[in-house]
Design a protein around this ligand. Structure first.
Ligand SMILES: *[C@@H]1O[C@H](CO)[C@@H](O)[C@H](O)[C@H]1NC(C)=O
Ligand SMILES: *[C@@H]1O[C@H](CO)[C@@H](O)[C@H](O)[C@H]1NC(C)=O
Ligand SMILES: *[C@@H]1O[C@H](CO)[C@@H](O)[C@H](O)[C@H]1NC(C)=O
Ligand SMILES: *[C@@H]1O[C@H](CO)[C@@H](O)[C@H](O)[C@H]1NC(C)=O
Ligand SMILES: *[C@@H]1O[C@H](CO)[C@@H](O)[C@H](O)[C@H]1NC(C)=O
Ligand SMILES: *[C@@H]1O[C@H](CO)[C@@H](O)[C@H](O)[C@H]1NC(C)=O
Length: 475
């Protein structure tokens, strides 16, 4: 076999896929020099050398060792002696031809059928970083019994673009600083592991990152101001950790950011005013922190925002009318946060609003009459407030929402007698005896259609997985 570097790239690839030998063919000679040339440079003298990877047999050996630490299938080595050969490819493994005419391991995918499952004693194979052509790694639910740590080898591969280690409860310890040497990394998902420690600075030199998901770990410390360095970031998910401190104002430098999730940490202070510069932001979740009012000045500028999820924070302010200017808003969740004052009339301008959760606050006054015009509203919870007056909804609105409308525990609210027969929304009939014995109680939660709680977070999780990236990082 002899191949020149002067052929065009498509032709070269065609040749490679159709006729060239695969990874395990024995190497004869190193040719680093030739590797530096671009294959389609027609001005170069035609080299007359068989280009062979510097050490493919060691790449195969490394792969065999990784398989040994990971896979429950111990016979694969016999059944697939040349796992990169097109005809013999093994699920979970992807190889691509390199510049050197040989196939190289570019992707490892373990844990989800049809990919190989991991054995119960699997530990994290730091050898993956010795595979010089590796681009993507997915280890899902692999490290479940034997405690293991995220460790790096000496020769850390800088070709890695995607590292996804998800749902590995036995993957513990801190995230080592060598992670910052993965300079090509675009997608880093370390969600649902047992990772701990103060960590964050290490990531903020990874300037190629597009998606960073460290959710559901035990990470501590603050979000450093260097987060603003990640100018390409489209998704930042740090939810369900133990982060403290404030949201740095440098977050406003992430002009590409579409998803920001800091839910369920112990973040304090106010939302920085700079958040208004995040023109691409579609999804923002800040629930279950210790954020307090007031809302940032730039709130009304978040014109891409479709989801604003911010339950369970000690805000103790009035609701800003600016929410009503976020035309694309579909979900607005502001429950359990001590809001007082009236519900701004502007909220009824949110034509695409499907979910509004304001329960368990201290809201007073009447429900704006214009709320009856929220044609896409599907879930409305105003329970446990201090609202009063007549419920402004007609019977078709009441029927449409059914059990997804909850107005209970607002002592001053009452329902027009003409509507009262049709629904059970936890409100007494106007003019009648208003004692609790006359109240009609709403359906139990279990009777209500889905869309709440976990059902919600899961669907938005999937939505944004698919939405931000077509890669199977979220699967
Ligand atoms: C290419 O290499 C072969 C074997 O090394 C040699 O016989 C041949 O003359 C070379 N051709 C050119 C054009 O250099
Ligand atoms: C409302 O939703 C519809 C259908 O999804 C969409 O076409 C429209 O652009 C949305 N309107 C706004 C203001 O986002
Ligand atoms: C209920 O109110 C909506 C919005 O104002 C209106 O479009 C609809 O016709 C009303 N339905 C009835 C039965 O009055
Ligand atoms: C409304 O919120 C209350 C308090 O959190 C909750 O108990 C109730 O199930 C909710 N109702 C609906 C219909 O979601
Ligand atoms: C019942 O509550 C409504 C609304 O707050 C009020 O207008 C009405 O007077 C009350 N009726 C009685 C008998 O207390
Ligand atoms: C209100 O209901 C209570 C208990 O059902 C009853 O004792 C009382 O007389 C009623 N008051 C009026 C004004 O109907």
């Amino acid at each position: 076999m002899c191949c020149s570097f002067s052929v065009s790239l498509p032709l070269l690839l065609l040749l490679l896929t159709s006729s060239l030998s695969s990874l395990p063919s024995v190497s004869t000679k190193t040719n680093e020099h030739q590797n530096k040339h671009q294959p389609n440079n027609k001005n170069l003298p035609q080299p007359n050398t068989t280009i062979i990877h510097s050490n493919p047999s060691s790449e195969l050996e490394t792969l065999f060792k990784i398989m040994d630490t990971m896979s429950s299938d111990q016979t694969w080595k016999v059944s697939h002696p040349n796992p990169c050969n097109p005809g013999q490819s093994w699920p979970g493994l992807e190889c691509k031809p390199g510049m050197d005419n040989h196939f190289h391991v570019t992707r490892l995918d373990f844990g989800q059928p049809p990919n190989p499952t991991c054995k119960s004693t699997a530990t994290f194979p730091s050898l993956i970083f010795d595979l010089p052509f590796l681009e993507s790694v997915f280890f899902f639910h692999c490290f479940t019994h034997t405690k293991t740590t995220l460790s790096f080898s000496q020769t850390t591969s800088s070709s890695l673009q995607q590292l996804s280690l998800r749902s590995n409860p036995a993957l513990i310890g801190s995230i080592p600083r060598q992670i910052s040497s993965l300079k090509s990394l675009q997608i880093l998902t370390l969600s649902q592991n047992g990772l701990a420690g103060r960590f964050l600075l290490r990531f903020f030199s990874l300037s190629s990152l597009v998606h960073l998901d460290l959710s559901y770990n035990l990470l501590t410390g603050t979000i450093p101001f260097q987060v603003g360095n990640l100018r390409n970031l489209a998704g930042l998910d740090l939810s369900y950790n133990e982060l403290t401190g404030t949201i740095p104002s440098t977050i406003g430098q992430l002009g590409m950011l579409q998803k920001l999730d800091l839910s369920s940490n112990s973040v304090v202070g106010t939302i920085p005013d700079t958040i208004g510069t995040l023109k691409s932001l579609v999804f923002m979740a800040l629930s279950n922190n210790r954020l307090k009012g007031k809302f940032p000045k730039g709130l009304a500028e978040l014109q891409s925002l479709q989801y604003f999820i911010m339950d369970d924070n000690p805000m103790f302010v009035t609701l800003p009318r600016e929410f009503g200017f976020l035309q694309k808003l579909q979900e607005l969740r502001l429950a359990n946060s001590g809001y007082s004052g009236t519900i701004p009339e502007t909220f009824s301008q949110l034509r695409n609003l499907s979910t509004l959760s304001l329960q368990n606050n201290r809201l007073t006054g009447e429900i704006p009459v214009s709320f009856g015009n929220l044609l896409h509203i599907y879930h409305l919870n105003l329970s446990r407030n201090l609202l009063g007056g007549v419920v402004p909804f007609n019977s078709s609105f009441l029927k449409r929402l059914g059990a997804n409308l909850d107005l209970s525990s607002n002592p001053g609210l009452c329902l027009n007698p003409s509507e009262a027969y049709s629904v059970k929304i936890g409100v007494g009939v106007c003019g009648k005896n208003n004692t609790s014995s006359s109240l009609i109680h709403p359906l139990k939660k279990s009777e209500a259609p889905c869309g709440f709680g976990f059902g919600f977070s899961r669907s938005s999780f999937l939505l944004f997985g698919a939405f931000a990236f077509s890669l199977s990082v979220m699967n």
